[in-house]
Design a protein around this ligand. Structure first.
Ligand code: BGC
Length: 344
């Protein structure tokens, strides 16, 4: 009889420890899951390269990391909800549209899943634990500074014609890029050294829905036809490389001879590097994604393991609900002179 009891106790103990181990294993695995959600690469920008790169960084830090691109803003909301249902230890979100994630992110808060915003700020939510990006005002300011220097504006040169091609109003970075550049150039617009023949200077007039190169091209074609007959287009402050290339395409399609004397961009895309090498685009802003991904890994570790993240701004980054501790990396100006600094 005693023997039967002993054997039963042994079996129970083994079963219990197996159950315990299975349970722990599950916890450990789910504690290590990280879900990355990125914008639609078909809408341009650096995402096609940045998505896999970021996944590589997070995976190499020891996490079970998945990465998904969305196909539309609404699709990304669905992806977020599906990711929350998987109960990852952390979600890294680069939004396609800053305005529409409030409700879905409530579910992340309820499920205790920390969310890190990548590159773009998210509005109408208090669910963002950390934000990692580049200094987006500096991106615009660097464009303005480059223009100021290359066109000798400080020494009174001009007048030069100028047009702005800004980004998507549903991306909180876009007005910052625009404003950074505009503020730098405003004194020269006021003095008449820079003139805007289209008269389109406010962000709402120069913005490009969805960062669409097609829309930017169409707008620039109209501007060229209406305002540039017999006139040179000297300067275009384009918010990124896709929009810069759209300006060049528009010029080609209306049969406009010549190039803008100075065309800006952002992202150091392959196309832009080629345009810079061949003299069609003056500069781009390089935002090394390796630098940003490394900061994001620190933030992931912080929320999952309780370690210290790298933070360099605790007061300036605010959405409409709260101030978000952030790390803002410093972008770099790249032109023909230093084009080799871009890591490809
Ligand atoms: C990013 C840029 C990018 C743009 C279009 C912005 O939020 O900061 O790097 O060119 O979106 O995708």
């Amino acid at each position: 009889m005693k023997r039967i009891f002993k054997t039963a106790a042994l079996v129970l103990a083994v079963l219990f420890s197996l159950l315990l181990a299975a349970g722990c294993g599950q916890d450990q695995n789910s504690a290590k899951k990280v879900s990355l959600l990125f914008p639609d690469p078909a809408a341009g920008g650096p995402w096609k390269n940045v998505g896999p790169l970021c996944q590589k960084y997070v995976s190499e830090a020891g996490y079970d990391c998945t990465m998904e691109f969305c196909s539309s803003p609404q699709n990304q909301v669905e992806q977020l909800k599906a990711a929350i249902a998987q109960k990852p230890a952390c979600i890294v979100l680069a939004v396609q549209d800053a305005m529409i994630f409030g409700d879905a992110l409530k579910e992340a808060t309820e499920a205790n899943i920390p969310v890190i915003a990548y590159d773009r700020l998210v509005m109408h939510t208090d669910a963002i634990t950390y934000y990692a990006s580049f200094d987006n005002s500096a991106v615009g300011e660097f464009m303005g500074r480059y223009v100021e220097e290359k066109l000798n504006l400080k020494s009174g040169a001009g007048p030069f014609t100028l047009e702005f091609v800004a980004g998507d109003p549903s991306d909180m970075n876009a007005p910052m890029f625009y404003q950074g550049a505009y503020d730098k150039l405003k004194p020269y617009i006021d003095k008449g050294q820079l003139v805007i023949p289209s008269g389109q200077a406010a962000f709402k007039d120069v913005a490009t829905d969805g960062w669409s190169a097609d829309k930017a091209k169409a707008r620039m074609e109209t501007i060229l036809r209406q305002h540039y007959a017999g006139r040179n287009l000297d300067l275009v402050v384009a918010a990124n490389d896709d929009l810069a290339n759209a300006v060049l395409e528009a010029q080609k399609s209306v049969g406009y001879n010549g190039l803008p004397t100075l065309l800006t961009g952002q992202d150091a895309s392959d196309k832009a590097l080629q345009n810079i090498r061949e003299g069609r685009q003056a500069m781009t802003i390089y935002k090394d994604p390796n630098v940003l991904c490394a900061k994001v890994v620190r933030m992931v570790k912080a929320v999952v393991e309780g370690s210290q993240p790298a933070i360099n701004d605790v007061q300036n980054i605010k959405n409409d609900v709260k101030t978000i501790p952030s790390y803002l990396c410093i972008p770099a100006i790249v032109d023909k002179e230093n084009i080799d600094v871009v890591k490809k």
